[in-house]
Write a protein that binds this ligand. Structure first.
Ligand code: AMP
Ligand code: MG
Length: 411
């Protein structure tokens, strides 16, 4: 049975596409200095205002020469000056002359080659060149790294450490970035208690909010954490109203299936337009998506692994798009599975695994044991998903499977 044959289940890719098609990037931007811009998302392309390097310069400590001055009958030139990084030699080099030059220093006018110091011998100002000359060697040409006018970073890029260096090398002290998304987050359930509180009979600790909040923090989201809400219509209604009036999105966990205390659906039918999906994904399945006022709503399932996986696979790409970020597909590698993997056809399965490289260089993945959707320990032990396509059944040990190493949001 293919996933599309599973009655009432929406294929994962279709759910992701629908999510991406129904959210829009932020329109507000701000200018931020380099010291605070790491991980922010560019709101405009960056075009190089200068060449880097700005001038031809030496890649070695040595001598700048005119290559044509050295030949079979002449191996010696007269040193007429020095060029240091920041203090160039300003005359034009004449026939028979050379200039002592340091790494990064400007190549004097007239010179076309640098000979490294180790290939010379000096007798006061008289410099002898001991090896054959390769014209043009050891010169870093103006613009060889970045050319004036080139687009060096594109709109939608989340800025990395090296990007900050590149902006600095262009003399840019600031850039235009999207303002951070503001997202409200709460857990629902009468059984939920805060870590640190006494656990009453039949209760559990709220763990989902900590997982999702941690991923939102890594994404640079401005979080409005509304804590735990009881399974109570009035409390839920006012939380949704408050959150929708001040946030770009609302994320909840629990209450999106069809249990008797799952009130989220009733409230959202009143306040907004929300679809309750059964997505063909495991762990996961119940997932709600829609709008409450101007805010986008993501309703995650209550089971902890389902909440983490649906947040990561479904909500996160949409949040990245809303934040202005270009969404990149995950890196997938192939590895042989050490164990037989149990699976029923029908849903895309994100089993948790440990990916390791064997001595022969090949990649092997080992599942983390029980894969129950409530077993958060299966995520803690893992470093990757083993992604099994919806229509697949059991996978035998030794077969190749698709593995997605955890990205920076979840690892
Ligand atoms: P629900 O979707 O509300 O029916 O919840 C499904 C399962 O997830 C139940 O066993 C809940 O107790 C559990 N659950 C719901 N919310 C949380 C949470 N925030 N942290 C940990 N477990 C939860
Ligand atoms: Mg519940």
């Amino acid at each position: 049975m293919g996933c599309c044959d599973a009655p009432g289940l929406m294929p994962l890719n279709e759910a992701i596409n629908q999510l991406l098609n129904s959210v829009k990037p932020l329109t507000y931007t701000e200018t931020v200095g380099l010291e605070l811009i790491l991980d922010r998302i560019l709101a405009a392309d960056i075009t190089a205002p200068i060449n880097v390097p700005g001038y031809d310069n030496s890649a070695m400590d040595g001598y700048a020469i005119r290559a044509e001055d050295i030949n079979a009958s002449n191996k010696t030139l007269t040193q007429v000056g020095k060029s240091f990084a920041g203090a160039p030699y300003t005359e034009e080099l004449q026939a028979g002359q050379c200039v002592r030059i340091m790494t990064g220093a400007q190549i004097p006018a007239g010179a076309n080659t640098v000979v490294m110091q180790e290939d010379t011998s000096a007798d006061n100002e008289s410099i002898t060149f001991l090896t054959a000359i390769k014209p043009g060697s050891h010169i870093r040409k103006a613009g060889e790294d970045i050319r004036l006018g080139e687009v060096v970073l594109h709109k939608g890029r989340r800025l990395r450490p090296a990007d900050l260096g590149l902006l600095a090398s262009l003399g840019l002290a600031e850039a235009n970035v999207y303002r951070p998304l503001r997202i409200a987050l709460f857990s629902t359930g009468d059984e939920l208690r805060l870590p640190g509180q006494t656990l009453d009979p039949g209760c559990i600790y709220d763990s989902n909010r900590f997982v999702v909040e941690a991923m939102l923090k890594r994404l640079g989201i401005d979080i409005l954490n509304l804590g735990i809400l009881p399974d109570d219509k009035d409390a839920l209604r006012s939380a949704f109203e408050d959150a929708a009036s001040s946030c770009d999105a609302i994320i909840t966990s629990g209450g999106v299936s069809v249990g008797e205390a799952d009130y989220t659906k009733d409230i959202l039918d009143e306040l907004g337009k929300v679809n309750f999906w059964k997505v063909a994904v495991k762990p996961g399945k119940p997932f709600a998506f829609g709008h409450v006022g101007a805010a986008v709503f993501f309703g995650l399932p209550g089971n902890p692994v389902s909440a983490a996986v649906t947040f990561h696979q479904l909500a996160l790409p949409a949040i990245q798009k809303m934040a202005g970020e270009t969404v990149e597909p995950p890196i997938t590698v192939q590895a042989t599975t050490e164990h037989t993997l149990r699976k029923h056809p029908g849903r895309t399965d994100f089993q948790r695994g440990v990916l390791a490289q064997l001595e022969d260089g090949s990649w092997q993945v080992c599942d983390t044991g029980s894969q129950g959707s409530g077993m958060l320990s299966s995520m803690v032990k893992s470093n990757c998903y083993i992604r099994l396509a919806a229509d697949e059944g059991n996978i035998e040990a030794g077969e190749l499977v698709d593995v997605i190493p955890y990205d920076r949001w979840i690892s």
